[in-house]
Ligand binder design. Structure first.
Ligand code: HEC
Ligand code: HEC
Length: 374
């Protein structure tokens, strides 16, 4: 199969990528000036540490490019908010490639939920997601929309906000808040977040070869280890390169991580994942979705540790060993946080040798963007 053809197609049709950043040289539609302005504004907002209360934390504090757009501080399983000692209950996922996640929806044919932002899909699109962190008490901690909008009004780039959204944008905090979120979403859809520049991408295009060990890992990933069942590797029909997630939700049987601060407050703390999504509650589908989390993209996975929604695993080797021996070495892994909905068909007893586990880890390390750059 020739994957390079479909990949080129993907890049040339992906008009949402405003920056040709990396190396592709593929034709990109000329964006309207407003879209470019929106992305420029989104970038300024994403990095602005003056937008928290107190100042000091931006989106980029927890989603840093050098850490695969996840939290650079891997000492903690979950991230610390701007207020010292305040931690969220979930491990920060990457914000890269999030632009490709479809809106949250229920697939009637398959009988399952797909898409959405956050590990439980509770924000449907990036625009909705960007409205969360500024007001989240364990993140940027603003008391209300008005205080956040006022900070934007005082920023050096406030004239750009007025240019894009009109002179009276700061007068209505409710509307202003929506608009600011939109600019962040536009920035997150630029190629900065989705460069597709890993060694694996170059391999798919026929530009580099994988080492024998990486190749073995890929073969196992797509075969014996069944990873591909949830983390698809190959370009989709429309030519989008493999995103390493099928956007569905699953309970892997991950045990509790008692190191996360939520347990200090309440030792019975349980993260019910998808079952806590207000849409799922309204649909009356709570029981079967307890403990399910969105399938993570594995792009840049070597940079984004710790792993899983509660950050329980420190290394990729541990993750792969868990998939391999969850059901055969229970004394090592402990019981699942929510046993009732655990997937026992595609993981838990894969029969991989230690060498095969290492090969999968080697393959996962080919998914880091910026291969050969520098
Ligand atoms: C204190 C750290 C922190 C800050 C600051 C922060 N985030 Fe996040 N981000 C997280 C965590 C934790 C999650 C997962 C939360 C959940 O699933 O409930 C997340 C989830 C996301 C997601 C969804 C990814 C996915 O796979 O579903 C995106 C996109 C994102 N953040 C963008 C942003 C933007 C934009 C900002 C600034 C407006 C921001 N984040 C600020 C920690 C942070
Ligand atoms: C049945 C679906 C399914 C299969 C099969 C599967 N995964 Fe996953 N994977 C998930 C889900 C769901 C998550 C997120 C779980 C969570 O956060 O609790 C995940 C998370 C991960 C993570 C951590 C991501 C992060 O950012 O924390 C890694 C690494 C990973 N998978 C690798 C693999 C490998 C390697 C295989 C094959 C051995 C595999 N997966 C097989 C569904 C699956």
């Amino acid at each position: 199969m020739n994957f390079s053809t479909s990949l080129t197609l993907a890049l040339s049709t992906t008009a949402i990528f405003l920056f040709s950043g990396c190396n592709e040289g593929a034709p990109v539609d000329t964006p309207t000036s407003t879209e470019t302005d929106l992305a420029t504004l989104g970038e300024a907002l994403f990095f602005d540490t003056n937008l928290s209360e107190p100042t000091g934390q931006s989106c980029a504090s927890c989603h840093t490019a050098a850490s695969g757009f996840a939290d650079p501080d891997s000492n903690f399983s979950t991230s610390e908010g701007v207020v010292a000692g305040q931690f969220g209950t979930r491990n920060t996922p990457t914000a890269a490639y999030a632009a490709f996640v479809p809106a949250f929806a229920y697939d009637v044919v398959e009988g399952l939920y797909t898409g959405g932002q956050f590990l439980d899909g509770r924000a449907s699109l990036l625009e909705d997601q960007a409205k969360g962190p500024p007001l989240n008490p364990v993140e940027m901690h603003n008391p209300n929309k008005a205080s956040y909008v006022a900070k934007v009004a005082a920023a050096s780039y406030a004239p750009l906000v007025k240019k894009i959204f009109g002179l009276n944008v700061f007068e209505d905090p409710e509307a202003g808040y929506e608009k600011i979120a939109r600019a962040i979403a536009v920035y997150e859809r630029t190629k900065v977040f989705s460069p597709f520049s890993s060694k694996f991408d170059l391999y798919i295009k026929g530009k580099v070869t994988l080492s024998p060990q990486e190749m073995e890992g890929l073969t196992l990933f797509e075969g014996k280890a069944q990873c591909v069942a949830c983390h698809p590797t190959r370009p989709t029909e429309d030519g989008t390169p493999g995103l390493f997630t099928d956007f569905t939700y699953d309970n892997l049987g991950v045990p509790k991580n008692r190191a996360i601060p939520a347990y200090a407050k309440d030792e019975n703390f349980i993260d019910i994942g998808l079952a806590g999504n207000p849409k799922v509650i309204a649909d009356g589908r709570v029981t079967e979705n307890r403990g399910k989390f969105k399938v993570s993209t594995l792009r840049n996975i070597a940079l984004t540790g710790p792993y899983m929604h509660n950050g329980i695993f420190k290394t990729l080797k541990e993750v792969v060993s868990f998939y391999n021996t969850r059901d055969t070495n229970q004394s090592r892994w402990g019981v699942a946080e929510i046993p009732e909905t655990v997937n026992h068909t595609e993981l838990g007893n894969l029969g991989l040798s230690d060498k095969e586990e290492d090969a999968i880890v080697a393959f996962l390390q080919t998914l880091t963007d910026g291969y050969g750059a520098k």
